[in-house]
Design a protein around this ligand. Sequence first.
Ligand SMILES: [Zn+2]
Length: 250
Amino acid sequence: MEEEAWDDLSNIPADPPVMRKLCPSCLRPAVVCWCSALPPERLNPRSTVILLQHPAEEKRCLRTAPMLQLGLAADKCLVFKGKKFPQPKHEGLETVLNQPNTLLLYPSKTAIDIRDMENDTDSYNLVLIDGTWPQAKAIYASCPILHKIKQVKLMTSNASSYIIRTQPTEGCLSTLETAAEALSQLEKDPKYTEQLIQPLHALCKYQLENGAVTHQSKEFLLKTKTYPKLIGKRLSKLLRSTNEENVEVQ
Ligand SMILES: [Zn+2]
């Protein structure tokens, strides 16, 4: 009987069943939707952000590109997916990459400080590679057209102190933070950094508040009665008895 009870235990899902009601905008479960932290109105910078997105980026569980896409006016954030650019499926991208007002945000030796760009009336096409750092390097190396674009780099990052402390996995926050900071520096307007990053702060806050709970073991959740509805009688009896044994040993 004890064996059967432990079989029951192993069949319980690690996370409580959730209602998978998705937000129609960010497509995340309603409980972790960050849409309320988006700018009240989509921001409309002079420049356009162009993301060259590594295919693996779309599969990551914590992606920041959608926060950028929903925070900016629809025509101010364009996403092209692939490992090589441009491909025939990337409609209009080659033209953009060849325009004189296109900048590639990439920290090469020839990159200049983005704050030194003229910003009076110019609108730029700001190209970012969306992926981990090794993926970005690989994309850059395999796309000669990117080498010809004027390259810029960010010298400071206002948001980094917050990000580093709360970042759940390495590299997952860079796209939003980088694009927001670059827009603020290019357009000499702090609102891009301040407003675009809010959904990320909301998500980090949620994860900090809830992360510990979801990572606790099944046994812990059962013993603390977080799973009351899922426990059968024989299993809860067994858990009670093991609890009592533990107490006695101590
Ligand atoms: Zn949402």
